[in-house]
Structures are given as structure tokens and as C-alpha cells.
Design a protein around this ligand. Sequence first.
Ligand SMILES: Cc1cc2nc3c(=O)[nH]c(=O)nc-3n(C[C@H](O)[C@H](O)[C@H](O)COP(=O)(O)O)c2cc1C
Length: 243
Amino acid sequence: MQVPLADPIDFSFPALTARERYKLLIGTVVPRPIALVTTVDLAGVPNAAPFSFFNCLSADPALVALGVEFKADGRNKDTGRNVRDTKCFTVNIVSDAILEGMNVTAVPFDGSVDEIAEAGWTARPGTVVSCPWIAEAPAALECRLHSILEIGTSREIILGEVLHAHFRNGVVDPKTLHVDPVALDAVGRMGGHGYASTRDYFDLPTMSVADYGEGRHPTRSPLAAPAPRRSGRAQRTGPLRGR
Ligand SMILES: Cc1cc2nc3c(=O)[nH]c(=O)nc-3n(C[C@H](O)[C@H](O)[C@H](O)COP(=O)(O)O)c2cc1C
């Protein structure tokens, strides 16, 4: 016997405030990858900040997108300003090991503060862009500004074309180009102040029409044991600040 489905709870988005839409979206579209974006200003001062309105949208051309809010007074955040000024940015992937440092970079410091140094990381010079990348990150994507979508008065969407990638040794197989998800150890953003790890990683191959029709349905297969947590790292006990 089929159990009747309970009535759904619906929202008409145009009738909601921007804050209400934001709350529903960040709680629903999860987990979001986190771009730890490094840029430089015109004087060469480095900047780093996390953005979870982020994804890879195309491989040909190789495009990533960032949703960057404006400050309360309508000015650009340092990241948005630097991208406009220098036409480039670098996306560093956030792993478990650098999560607390990432949270330092989210503090709304003024533009004179080098958040890479503040987080205690090593800045490496970009290969094809003027932005540094973070040596402690498992992967970094150097991007040239592709375009900026001016979508409203509170935020903009920045598209970047990936021109160069750096991987920490052991994260990618240079022959097969397989990126090891266990070595990457990426962390995603949930709603509120929540985060999720990728440590329950499993494989579930997509079926062909024939496999599906003939009942060859794959099951989930765990790949490998999760990476050990770094010893001596401060335990996360309280809520993390930020968005
Ligand atoms: C995990 C995380 C994700 C965030 N995602 C975004 C985002 O997608 N868009 C945004 O405008 N701010 C986002 N923020 C807030 C910015 O990181 C924050 O405003 C930062 O201070 C901006 O720095 P900047 O002025 O140096 O660019 C996020 C913060 C955290 C902690």
C-alpha cells in the first residue's frame, strides 16, 4: 500500500524578500563548492576571500562563475574590485586542512590586509596571471576575467576562463588526469554556517540504456578510506563565522 505524500510547503519567490530568497537558496542548493579566491590590487597587495556562489560551468571554454555581493554601501568587495582592475583571479580549492585558514580570509578586513599572510599560508606567484595562489591548497585554477554579468544592484556574476591549474603533488595523476577526491579532501558549504566534508565519497556509474533495460544496475562502491585528519589541528567546537 502506498503511503500518501504530505502536502508540500511552497514559496512564490517574487513574493519573498531578498533575504528570505537567500535563506532558502543557501539551505537548499547544497553542498556548494567553495572558491577561495586570490587576487591582487593595482598596488600589488594580495587578497583572499571565500565564495560559495561558485561553480564550474563549462569545459570548452573552461569557465568558472563567482557570485559576488556588493558591500552594504554598494561598493565592490575587494575581490570584485581587484578582478575589475586586474582582469584576473585564482580559485584555490578549500580542503579540510585549510578550512580554518579560509575562515580567517572571510573576515571583512580592509583592502590593505594581506589575508594570505594573515591565514599563515604561502603565496606562490601566478604562472599566467598576476594573482598569487596558495601553496597549501590542494588545487588552484588561474583565471582570466571572461565577463561580468551585471544582474542587479546587490551583486554581480564574474565569469573567469581557466588558463592554468596547479595541483599539490599526489592529488592528480598526470597521465590519466584523474583527480583523487580523497587527496583533494574538498569541503563544501551548506546553509547558515554549515559545512560538509567529502569523506563519505563513493562511486555510482551512470548506466547505458541497454544496461538499464537489461537490469544491470550498479550499486554504490566506496573508494578508499578517508584521509587522516591532521594532528594538532584546533578542533572546531563553536559555530564558524561568515556566510
Ligand atoms: C564559506 C563562505 C562562502 C562565502 N561565499 C560568498 C559568496 O558566494 N559571495 C559573496 O559575496 N560573499 C561570500 N562570502 C563572504 C565573503 O567571503 C566576505 O564578504 C569577504 O570578507 C569578502 O572579502 P573581500 O572584500 O576581500 O573580497 C562567503 C564567506 C564564507 C565564509
